[in-house]
Design a protein around this ligand. Structure first.
Ligand code: FES
Length: 159
């Protein structure tokens, strides 16, 4: 077993050697949206590796490509569904915010203030800032989420 430390929740999780970092997140019952189903094509499992990058499997071409369009990605970024844990001492931070998969998810929240940043599932950009009121007109402006998700599903279906 190998230990992975998760921030900002400050949780230490033991996972099997060769388990995905995603498995550490899921073990903590974090609500990882996994918009692409773990295919390395979205932002919803983006994490920053604060320590122990050398204890992880190398960056794949697909991961590199996807991280190229994820907001906030940098040299410490990985996609938790693509990267496996080889040794102890891995520390990862999870971006703060809630990814949404469709505008329908947001309709339930009309009239409320966003408790956290609302994030785009594919590129990770902030759609609605924490503290802002979620309005119907704002949701209508965000129709591109549904379009982008339909495109993603078509891409996954093609393989
Ligand atoms: S779940 Fe989509 S990239 Fe990991």
């Amino acid at each position: 077993m190998k230990n992975v430390m998760l921030y900002p929740m400050e949780q230490r999780v033991a996972v099997h050697t060769q388990a995905r970092v995603l498995d550490a997140l899921l073990a903590e019952e974090l609500n990882v949206l996994m918009a692409c189903g773990g295919h390395g094509l979205c932002a919803t499992c983006h994490v920053w590796v604060d320590a122990g990058m050398e204890e992880l499997t190398p960056l794949t071409e697909r991961e590199k490509r996807t991280l190229g369009w994820v907001t906030g990605a940098n040299v410490r970024s990985r996609l938790a569904c693509q990267v496996k844990v080889l040794g102890d001492g891995v520390v990862v931070s999870v971006p703060e915010g809630m990814y949404v998969e469709s505008t329908q998810n947001l309709e339930k929240l009309i009239g409320q203030r966003a408790m956290v940043n609302v994030l785009h599932p594919i590129d990770g950009r902030v759609l609605i800032q924490k503290g802002k009121i979620i309005t119907r007109s704002r949701i209508m402006e965000l129709a591109s989420i549904d379009f982008d998700m339909a495109q993603l599903r078509a891409k996954i279906a093609k393989g």
